[in-house]
Design a protein around this ligand. Structure first.
Ligand SMILES: C[S@@+](CC[C@H](N)C(=O)[O-])C[C@H]1O[C@@H](n2cnc3c(N)ncnc32)[C@H](O)[C@@H]1O
Length: 383
């Protein structure tokens, strides 16, 4: 390793530590030992115009990006691999190496003491599986990846580093019963609802760490302790978002259609930035499902926030004018304001006071402070 590489890695570790991610010496050791670059020979960097440019180790920015606390996209639209010789590309990321700080936070939330058996969902590049194998031994780690090409590359790169966890090609929402029961499941791909199969495959007293997929974001990272096929626990204090499992149809922005329609206008009761409030944003994303948003400034007009529901309804919030225009059967901004009011009425709780119970039949119950104080039911079961 050159002196420059060693410096890059030392800076990377120091940054993660300074940001509070590597307080457990065992994870610090693992992050120092597993070479991220082996899992990322090439990746896509986002361009200012929304497209992507692939780079590899011949690019001057390669090393600084590999050893930085950033997510690096490694596949677009389920098929496109990074090729530095192709020009800028449009597309949606379908595989990535997760932001290392978020990985460290989730690994920490597993609360491992050593020797546990762990199932990872979403192998991706294999980097996270390598960290788990380094900490627990390859025999204790299994990882499921839906994309056979991605799974094969991960197996190869893990082997180059001397790790041989079991990498299964399949649908991670089914878990991998053959390898269970597990002490922990960690999902590095988000799911609209916690699959009953996972609850069935974790032994009593074990745990699942997962982020729930919501089109509005909100970073719903939750740690569920599993007992008798049910899971229960609090959302983490930190937000963490992942791409959804491939079966999810994401809500899409339909601006060209919407700008030709006329809705009903009324004064807003809350500004658009409530959506991005670190605590209220979690409630909003969990509760107002099938809705995505987009910032838009019409020529000569005020900045607006547009919300699009999957049934074609939309809302456009103009904070400068203090007005919202809404169209369609779902009055999306009404929904947002109602949930925000509810969060305020509950005393503006921090995100880690919200909890989730998932029953063995897959019902999702959201509660505040105590499982008896249910604030809403079943919102997690939507796709
Ligand atoms: C954010 S990446 C995972 C990052 C990875 N753990 C790493 O260290 O690089 C998400 C991965 O989940 C995979 N995926 C999507 N849907 C899946 C499913 N239903 N079952 C298993 N894997 C899935 C994607 O193909 C992608 O490789």
């Amino acid at each position: 390793m050159t002196e420059q590489r060693a410096e890059d890695i030392a800076r990377f570790l120091a940054g993660l530590e300074a940001d509070g991610y590597l307080s457990d010496p065992a994870w610090k050791q693992a992050f120092g030992a597993v070479p991220r670059h082996v899992f990322l020979p090439a990746f896509f960097l986002p361009l200012p115009d929304g497209r992507w440019q692939a780079i590899d180790a011949s690019h001057p920015d390669y090393w600084a990006n590999v050893y930085a606390d950033t997510t690096l996209t490694t596949q677009l639209d389920g098929t496109v691999s990074p090729d530095p010789d192709s020009g800028p590309l449009s597309g949606t990321g379908t595989c990535s190496s997760t932001q290392p700080g978020l990985m460290a936070l989730m690994l920490d939330a597993l609360c491992l003491s050593g020797g546990e058996r762990v199932l990872e969902i979403g192998t991706g590049t294999g980097y996270n599986a390598a960290l788990l194998a380094h900490r627990l031994g390859s025999a204790n780690v299994a990882s499921v990846e839906v994309d056979p090409v991605v799974a094969d590359l991960a197996r190869q790169r893990l082997a180059v580093c001397g790790y041989r966890p079991t990498v299964i090609t399949g649908d991670g929402e089914q878990g991998w019963p053959e390898g269970g029961p597990y002490d922990r499941i960690i999902a590095t791909v988000s799911v609209p609802a916690v699959p009953p199969a996972w609850l069935a495959q974790v032994r009593d007293g074990g745990a699942i760490v997962v982020s729930l997929w919501r089109d509005l974001g909100g970073g719903p990272l939750v740690r569920l302790e599993v007992n008798a096929g049910s899971g229960q626990g609090f959302f983490l204090a930190e937000a963490g978002g992942f791409m959804p499992v491939r079966a999810v149809n994401r809500a899409a922005a339909a601006l060209p259609t919407a700008v030709k329609q006329t809705g009903t206008t009324r004064p807003t009761r809350h500004p658009s930035h409530v959506l991005h409030h670190p605590d209220a944003g979690l409630w909003l994303a969990l509760r107002v499902t099938g809705v995505t948003w987009l910032g838009f400034t019409p020529d000569g007009g005020n900045e607006q926030m547009w919300l699009f529901a999957s049934d074609g309804s939309w809302a456009a919030v103009d904070d400068t004018a203090g007005q919202v225009e809404q169209y369609g059967p779902r009055e999306v901004w009404d929904e947002i304001e109602t949930v925000f009011d509810r969060w305020c009425d509950a005393g503006s709780p921090t995100r880690d006071r919200l909890g989730l119970t998932v029953t063995d039949t897959g019902a999702h119950r959201f509660w505040l402070d105590s499982p008896n104080a249910v604030v809403w039911d079943d919102a997690g079961a939507r796709r």
